[in-house]
Structures are given as C-alpha cells and as structure tokens.
Design a protein around this ligand. Structure first.
Ligand code: SAH
Ligand code: SF4
Length: 352
C-alpha cells in the first residue's frame, strides 16, 4: 500500500478528526505537487510531524534512470518498486499537449514475438496506485520542464492492460476523478483480450480503445500474437463493434509493419476489410528492432505502398511517429533496460 493506492476516505482516516479542507490540502500537496508529508506547509506543524513518517504516504516507485530523445521532447523513466519490479514510463511533449505512456504490468505474459516486453516474460501486475503514480509524476515533470499541460494518457507501456483489469480500470477512474484527465483523453491498448473488451464496453466510460491487430488472418496472427489462438479474429472484431456501439468511441487498430511479413498487398486488403467492418482508424508503426526478433521493420517505400493501398480502399490511416526510437523509448521496446529473464533486480522471471 503506497500513496496512490489510498482513496480519499483512507486519507481522511489518517488525519483522524481534521476538517474536510485539511484533507483537501493534504491531497493537493501529495497528489498534485508530489510533496513529502513533512513538507506540506499548509498543514499545522504538529499534524505535519505526525504524518512525516507514514509508510502509506510514501511513493511506490523509485527513479532508477532517465533518458531523453527527440531534443528532450521525449523523456523515458525507469522505475523500481520496493520488491525490485521494474517498469518504464514515457513522457512525450507535442506543440499543444503532453502525453504519458504508462505501464500496467512489470513484463507481459502475452508473448508477442516481436515485442521487447513480451520477450522478457511476466513478473507481476502493477497496483492501481503504481499506475496512477506514473501519471502524477509525469504531470509534475511536464510542468517542471515547461511542456504543455499533460492531458493524455495511453496504456501502451509494458504489459497488457486488460490482463490486469481491476487496477487499470481503478486507475482510469482515479485519473479521471482526482487528476482531472478526461476518459476521452485516455487510450487503453490491448492485444485483444475479448472478455476484457466486453467488460470495458459495459463500464459506461468513454475511454478510447486501441487494438493491436498486426495481422488480418488467424494463421499469421497466431504466429505474431499467440493470444490469438484463444481469441480468434472474428470474435475480436465482434467485440470491437460492440465496444464502438456501447461507447460511441472510434476504435483504432495498431499495426507494426514487419518487412515482408505483414506489409504485402494481401495484408493491406485484409486490414482494410476489418477496419471497414469496425469503422476503425488504422495506426501504422514500422516495427522497432528488438533483440529477440530478427525480421526488420518495413522500409519507407514499403510503408508508403501500404498506406496508398489502404487509402485506395477507403481506410482512414496514419503512420505513427516512432517517438524516442533513438533512446529505445518507443512502443514495444520497453524492456526496463534488462536482459530477457531478468525482470526484477537479481531475480529470474516466472515463465509466462
Ligand atoms: N499490451 C498492449 C499495450 C502495450 S504494447 C498491446 O499490445 O496493445 C503497445 C503497442 O506497441 C502495441 O500496439 C504493440 O503491438 C506495439 N509494439 C510491440 N512491439 C513493437 C515493436 N517492436 N515495434 C513497434 N510496435 C510494437
Ligand atoms: Fe504484451 Fe503488448 Fe508486448 Fe504483446 S505487444 S507482449 S501484449 S506488451
């Protein structure tokens, strides 16, 4: 239990019989300003001293390393929790907003062959507080660096958000309620956990959904995204349609372009058809190289050809910028600076 795992009542409980405005003062200082309890000078000194050593008010994540790319417009952090679990968070500044990419698990059990996190295996789920803390720290850092206001959160860091449903949804609600980030400014990216998509559709929240498709037929998708053997494409597409109907939010399909694997005309045809069925927007990203996967990303000519093919079929498509590629901050490259099998300091990872 750490600072961001507490809810308002629990925080009030720590203050005992203080009036509500004291709870507000403490919450503001701890959650917005990331102050240490002993530094909350809006509180009376006696109260401050009492709270100073409180274990439950400590931050959960210790900053281990920072790296920057894109002229310091992309900042990547490596954090370590008390048990040695490591995760990464990426802050990206754009002209009018800043976005943070958060991790939902240390490692990932889904085993997508081309993904650095997948190659590491699974260590553990993150708690709601550990997820919210990544955002709160990015909010503070964006302000300190003079970036535009952090308004968007994407669950595209390490881990599969819908395999850690409760904490992830709890974090979404918390970010919405306490940090004032709109559900529409949050995007959950999933490899295609069908029951999770259905459940999320029923929450009455307008969170954006990104589905990592990467292949438009089951045979190829089984190879790239092993969970496809459990949740077939037809079922996934049906769940996407339900999500769109229930929430009114447009879905995006993510597609990492892999040279001569999923960048052929037949792949574009299959993708265009699925996108039309769901009314989805397509985000293409040339595959980032990872240690455990030998095939390169599609070269620029192949990317352009793929885009033209999709556009001719009437698909709404963008090529995602490969933010932070030079510092390995881009999607799919988050591996906590660790070698496969070592997701925690000094500990081998349980096999996925
Ligand atoms: N587990 C979730 C979210 C984290 S991965 C998911 O898979 O959607 C975030 C995105 O990065 C996903 O679309 C994923 O497929 C993509 N990705 C993974 N490895 C990549 C790589 N090497 N190059 C480009 N994109 C990659
Ligand atoms: Fe996990 Fe997403 Fe990587 Fe697949 S792509 S291994 S689901 S983090």
């Amino acid at each position: 239990m750490s600072r961001f795992d507490l809810d308002r009542e629990e925080l009030a409980g720590l203050l005992d019989k203080e009036p509500a405005y004291r709870v507000d003062q403490l919450a503001h200082a701890l959650y917005r300003e990331l102050k240490e309890p002993g530094e909350v000078t809006t509180l009376p000194a006696s109260l401050r001293q009492r709270l100073a050593g409180a274990k439950e008010l400590e931050l959960a994540l210790r900053l281990v390393a920072t790296s920057e790319a894109d002229d310091a417009k992309t900042v990547k952090w490596l954090f370590e929790a008390g048990d040695g679990a490591r995760v990464e968070t990426v802050l990206m500044a754009y002209p009018r907003r800043a976005t943070v990419c958060v991790s939902s698990q240390a490692g990932c059990a889904m085993g997508c062959t081309f993904c650095a996190t997948g190659q590491l295996g699974f260590a553990r789920h993150l708690s709601r507080g550990e997820i919210v803390e990544q955002v709160a720290r990015a909010v503070a850092e964006a302000a300190a660096r003079g970036f535009p206001r952090l308004s968007n959160v994407v669950f595209m860091g390490m881990g599969e958000p819908l395999a850690n449903y409760g904490p992830v949804l709890g974090a979404v609600r918390r970010l919405n309620g306490d940090l004032g980030i709109g559900a529409r400014a949050m995007t959950i990216s999933t490899v295609g956990i069908v029951p999770g998509i259905r459940r999320l559709a029923g929450e009455g929240m307008q969170v954006n959904l990104a589905v990592s498709l990467h292949a438009g037929n089951d045979a190829l998708r089984d190879r790239l995204v092993p969970i496809n053997r459990r949740y077939r494409l037809a079922e996934l597409v049906a769940a996407c349609r339900e999500y769109r109907q229930a929430t009114g939010r447009r879905i995006s399909f993510e597609w990492a372009l892999i040279s001569e694997v999923n960048d052929r005309p037949s792949d574009a045809d299959e993708l265009a058809e699925l996108a039309a069925e769901v009314g989805a927007h397509v985000n293409l990203i040339p595959l980032n190289p990872t240690p455990g996967y030998g095939v390169p990303g599609s070269p620029p000519e192949a990317v352009s050809r793929f885009v033209r093919h999709l556009e001719a079929a009437g698909t709404n498509v963008t090529v995602r910028d490969t933010r932070g590629r030079e510092s390995a901050a881009a999607c799919g490259q988050l591996a906590a600076g660790l070698v496969p099998g070592r997701l925690r300091r000094g500990l081998a990872v349980a096999s996925a």
